[in-house]
Design a protein around this ligand. Sequence first.
Ligand code: ASP
Length: 447
Amino acid sequence: MPLLNSSGNETPSWAIVIHGGAGGDPQKWNDAKTKIRRTGLNRALTAGRDALAQGGNALDTVELVIRILEDDAAFNAGRGAVLTKAGKVELDASIMDGRTGSCGAVAGLTATQNPISLARRVMTETPHVLLAGKGADEFAKAQQVPLVAPDYFLSRNRVADNEPHFGTVGCVVLDSKGDLAAGTSTGGTSKKLPGRVGDSPIVGAGTYAANDTCAVSGTGVGEEYIRNSVAYDVAAQMRYADRNIDDAVSKIMRQTLDAGVGGIIAISKDGTIVMQHNTPGMSCGAANSTGRFETHLGLERGGEPLKSDGNSNTPVSSDAENAISELILQQVVDWNRGDIDAFMKPYWHSDELTFSSGGKVTRGYEKTLAGYKERYPDKQTMGALAFEKLEYQSLGSKAMQVLGIWKLERDNQPLEGRFTLILRQFPEGWKIVHDHTSKTPDETGNP
Ligand code: ASP
């Protein structure tokens, strides 16, 4: 059976997501603008997909894809960058390697053709993380990263874009070795004050990647992304709050940031793809090793998945319910065959399993199994088991509570009680991590 990721999809061996900026309203774009955006996204995504399919690594792919978008005048990065109040370009970019946490960034470039490549050189060729302004362009010269004359950048004015603010580009990748990388590149906000720096070159705000969690690139009002450490917050929620990537991004998009602020693309270490925005549109696209390939100018509900919960109470997907009910019904079959080892299979094989019965808590799988075997030495004693009135309650995307009634028929002596199971989803499937069972009235004498 293929492994499933946190969205319940087959785990891909590699995956890529790109964005070409949030905001603007694609419904209002004319055919020409729609077409150049789509063409640009498709071209960049195709190059990224092909590189990954041929075994390309995450960092190289991020750089390759962002260079293509920087060279495309349809986007606000590199060639198509918007202008400052003073009528000049000032380009920002960053890149991060999820394997090591190494990162590099550049800000306020005025003459470097591909800021993302210079950001990568800052990462690999200097002890620094962020180079800005004149020194950064000079570093480009020293590194033989191509410089261009100012008129190279004026294309955005020539295409007379009336929504010039948007079109920052970003790319996040999971490669077939399991490494993550992220990058973002922008001309910033149009008519910005000379010297203004946004989130795109700020690691943790506009870009972040760590192999233990995810890779993230943001687009939108950079000041808000900096204030809220947006890119890092996605990883932090996964790391410390055990949120899945969809829920982590949804929380930022719907709760942390005001509506209309921007969008996020992200990819988790298990290849789950996320594209969300709280603006009318976001140019974006995704591809992976299972054949997925798609580009969009905006997503329904801003890309928020329907089953997303982040808290509790929202019903977990019926897939999870089905998987768990199958497990539990198999337990009943195994019990009635007199096979306690098989019955115990869905329990968490860990010292941290807890089994609570008759006011006594048993800790650990082995002890719980031994306890069962002691109480039910043979098929006769085990009797005939049935479960009834099962209720499922989601405790987030990877945990579920199941309530039910058990009935045991033994020597014509019906016994009955309640149970509460807590299950968690592990890579190998759902496991019972806690089982509370009681007779009715329970053994402690409580009703
Ligand atoms: N985040 C970018 C900035 O503030 C702009 C954008 O993504 O549209 O510089």
